[in-house]
Design a protein around this ligand. Structure first.
Ligand code: HEC
Length: 123
């Protein structure tokens, strides 16, 4: 019985400390723009077509970051629908990304900056 109580206590302690950690991460004070961008990227289902290191449906974030960095192109402008695709320019691919652009076009400037910071941070 003692053992059982002890393990329950342990588990609850672990749970509490994990949740506190998660909350800390989510509170603005502990969150960098990159972390916020990563969260928004997941929340808006971008991860369904983009992974960090590997091409799935869309290009990997690593490839997007490399292209935008080497061309000194503006990623935020693309997400605002104000500049053309430069990573994968095949019309069928561009068309697939179009639906998501209607989401990013409506985002607040600071959220777009966070997504841009996140994508460009992937190496
Ligand atoms: C249905 C699949 C799909 C989803 C969901 C999706 N993308 Fe894409 N994305 C693509 C494809 C395919 C391309 C390649 C065509 C292109 O480059 O425009 C692409 C390209 C891109 C590019 C590179 C643009 C360039 O210059 O070529 C960025 C940046 C990007 N996506 C960001 C996002 C973000 C942010 C989201 C979430 C709001 C998102 N994508 C959701 C399929 C998707």
């Amino acid at each position: 019985m003692k053992k059982l109580i002890l393990s329950i206590a342990c588990v609850s302690f672990l749970l509490v400390s994990f949740t506190t950690k998660e909350n800390e991460k989510l509170s603005p004070k502990f969150q960098t723009s990159i972390e916020k961008g990563k969260r928004l990227f997941k929340k808006n289902a971008c991860t369904g077509c983009h992974q960090e290191q590997m091409k799935v449906v869309g290009p990997s974030l690593k490839d997007i970051a490399a292209k935008y960095t080497s061309k000194k192109a503006n990623l935020t402008t693309f997400l605002q629908g104000k500049s053309e695709a430069i990573v994968d320019t095949a019309p069928s691919q561009v068309a697939m990304m179009k639906a998501s652009l209607s989401i990013t076009k409506r985002m607040k400037a600071e959220d777009l900056k966070a997504i841009t910071d996140y994508i460009l941070s992937i190496k």
